[in-house]
Ligand binder design. Structure first.
Ligand code: NAD
Length: 475
C-alpha cells in the first residue's frame, strides 16, 4: 500500500521542519495506524510559496492538458478504489460498504471536472449604446486553500481539488487531523497522474487555527474553500474578511425528513434508513430529525425498528458489518449524551442507546416521542440515532423543519406532487423527494442560511474557482 505520512510541498514528500508527529487512530480498536508529520507555520508558508510559484504556469497550461491529468487521476483511483477504501475504513472507522462507496464517489469528481475543465465559457457582447464590445474572460482565482473534514476524507478532498485544478488554480490542502492518510493518498494519486510540482500541496498544522490564519493572510492566497462545522466556518469567514479572501463554505447541517400523511411507508422507511444510517449517521446530509405524520406514524416506526434490528456493528475493515465505528470515542460520547438528554426530555428509547465496548461504536438507536426543540433535534447528531417527532398538521411540520439556523438538506416522502409542493417550502439548498441519497458530482451541492455559501460539484463547482475579467474593446 502507498502509505504516506509526510507533508507534500513543492512536489516532494517530507517530514515537518520540527520533526514532530501525531497519532492517527483506528477508531474501531483504538490502535495507532500511523504517525503523521505535524506541519509548522514555516512548513505552511513553504506550501503557499510552492503554490504561488506554480500558479502562473498552471493557469497557462492548456485546459485539455489539465483535463487529461484529472482524467488520469480518475483512472488510477478506479483501479485502486479498494486500496483507498481500506485507508478510509481504517482511519475514519466507517463500514466497508460506505468506504468503497466513498472511494467511488471521490474518484467521480476527477472525472466530472476533467470534463468541465474544457468547457469554461466566456462572453462577448455589444454594449447597449453600441460603442464597445464587452469581452468577459473567466480566469482562475489563484492560490486556493482547501480545508476538509474527517467524515468524507477522500470525497471532500476531491470535491475541492478537482474543480480547483480544472479551473487552473494551485492549491494547499489541509485535511482533518483524524484522517490525513486518505488525503495524502489522494494527493499522491494526483502526483502519479503527472500533476506538476507545486500545484497540489498538503499540510497538517496542529492546532490548525494559527497556521491557517497566517496562510489566509498571505496576499497570494485568494480563495478559501472550507468544509466543516458552522462554528469553525464562521471563524474562518472573519479571518478571510481581513484580507478580502473569497470563500466557499460547506458547513453543518440539521436535515429534517418529513413523512407526509398517507405516505407509502415502505419506501419512506427505506429512504429514511439510507438518509439516516449512511456513513453511520456522520454525514452533513444525515436526516437529523424525522417528522412523521400521525396517520402513518406507528407503521413507520415499527418498520424502521425492524430495519434497525437487522443492522450489525463492527470494524469497517471487516466487510461483514453494516455499521462501522464513529471517528473517535469523543464523538461516540457526544452521541450518547444527546440520546440521554432526549430521554430525560421525555423521548422513548425504542432500540439501542448504548456505546459498545472495544472501540468508538454506538448501537443503532431509535427514539420516538421526541420533542421538537430538544437537543437531539437542534444539534448535529452525527451518529446512528433516528429521532422521530410525531406531527398532525403539514404546515406545522414545515414550520418545525425550517426552525433551524441550518439549511443544507431536507427529505420529503409522500405522493410526488404533494411532496414537491412541500419541498419548495423548505429552506434547504438540497431536497430529496422520495429518496434517501442525493450526492452526485454532477449536482450542485451546498446549503442556505448558516449551512454555507457557494456550491460544489455540478456546473457550479468550477465557478467557485474562477473570476471574471471584463475587457472593453472599441466596437
Ligand atoms: P470541523 O469544523 O471541526 O473541522 C473541519 C476542518 O477544519 C478540519 O480540517 C479541522 O482540522 C479544521 N479546523 C478546525 N478548527 C480550525 C480552525 N480554528 N482554523 C482552521 N481550521 C480549523 O469539522 P469536522 O468535525 O471535521 O467535520 C464535521 C462537520 O463538517 C459537521 O458539522 C458536518 O456537517 C460538516 N460537513 C459539511 C459538509 C457540507 O458539504 N456542507 C460535508 C461534510 C461535513
Amino acid at each position: 500500500m502507498n502509505l504516506h505520512t509526510d507533508l507534500f510541498i513543492g512536489g516532494r514528500w517530507r517530514p515537518g521542519s520540527d520533526g514532530t508527529r501525531f497519532d492517527v487512530t483506528d477508531p474501531s480498536d483504538l490502535t495507532t495506524v500511523a504517525r503523521f508529520a505535524v506541519a509548522t507555520e514555516q512548513d505552511c508558508m513553504a506550501a503557499v510559496d510552492a503554490a504561488a510559484a506554480a500558479a502562473a504556469p498552471w493557469a497557462a497550461t492548456a485546459p485539455r492538458t489539465r483535463s487529461e491529468l484529472l482524467r488520469g487521476a480518475y483512472e488510477i483511483l478506479t483501479a485502486e478504489a479498494d486500496e483507498l477504501a481500506g485507508l478510509i475504513a481504517r482511519e475514519n472507522g466507517k463500514s466497508w460498504a460506505d468506504a468503497v462507496g466513498e472511494a467511488h464517489y471521490a474518484k467521480e469528481f476527477f472525472r466530472w471536472f476533467a470534463e468541465e475543465a474544457v468547457r469554461v465559457p466566456g462572453d462577448y457582447r455589444l454594449s447597449p449604446a453600441g460603442d464597445k464590445r464587452i469581452v468577459v474572460d473567466h480566469r482562475p482565482v489563484g492560490v486556493s486553500l482547501l480545508i476538509t473534514p474527517w467524515n468524507f476524507p477522500a470525497a471532500m478532498a476531491t470535491r475541492k481539488l478537482a474543480p480547483a485544478l480544472a479551473a487552473g488554480c494551485t492549491t494547499v490542502l489541509k485535511p482533518a487531523d483524524e484522517t490525513p492518510l486518505t488525503a495524502a493518498y489522494v494527493v499522491d494519486v494526483l502526483r502519479r497522474a503527472g500533476v506538476p510540482d507545486g500545484v497540489v500541496n498538503l499540510v497538517t498544522p496542529l492546532p490548525p487555527g494559527p497556521a491557517v490564519k497566517r496562510m489566509i493572510d498571505r496576499p497570494e492566497v485568494r480563495k478559501l474553500s472550507f468544509t466543516g462545522s458552522t462554528e469553525v466556518g464562521r471563524e474562518l469567514l472573519h479571518a478571510c474578511a481581513d484580507s478580502v479572501v473569497g470563500t466557499s463554505m460547506e458547513l453543518g447541517g440539521n436535515a429534517p425528513l418529513v413523512v407526509l400523511p398517507d405516505a407509502d411507508v415502505e419506501p419512506a422507511v427505506e429512504g429514511a434508513l439510507a438518509a439516516k444510517m449512511r456513513n453511520g449517521g456522520a454525514a452533513c446530509t444525515a436526516a437529523n430529525r424525522l417528522y412523521v405524520h400521525s396517520s402513518v406514524h406507528d407503521g413507520f416506526v415499527a418498520r424502521l425498528d425492524a430495519a434497525l434490528a437487522g443492522l450489525t456493528t463492527g470494524p469497517g475493515i471487516d466487510g461483514s458489518y453494516s455499521l462501522g465505528a464513529l471517528v473517535s470515542t469523543a464523538e461516540r460520547d457526544k452521541v450518547a449524551a444527546l440520546v440521554e438528554a432526549a430521554v430525560s426530555d421525555g423521548a422513548t428509547l425504542v432500540r439501542g442507546g448504548r456505546a459498545r465496548p472495544g472501540g468508538a461504536f454506538f448501537e443503532p438507536t431509535l427514539l420516538t416521542g421526541v420533542r421538537h426543540g430538544s437537543a437531539v433535534t437542534t444539534a448535529e447528531i452525527f451518529g446512528p440515532v433516528a429521532a422521530v417527532v410525531r406531527y398532525d398538521d403539514v404546515d406545522e411540520a414545515v414550520r418545525m423543519a425550517n426552525d433551524t439556523e441550518h439549511g443544507l438538506m431536507a427529505y420529503v416522502f409522500g405522493e410526488e406532487r404533494e411532496a414537491m409542493a412541500v419541498a419548495r417550502r423548505l429552506e434547504a439548498g438540497m431536497v430529496a423527494v422520495n429518496r434517501g441519497v442525493v450526492s452526485d458530482p454532477a449536482a450542485p451541492f451546498g446549503g442556505v442560511k448558516q449551512s454555507g455559501l457557494g456550491r460544489e460539484g455540478g456546473f457550479e463547482g468550477i465557478r467557485e474557482f474562477l473570476e471574471e475579467q471584463y475587457i472593453a474593446l472599441n466596437a
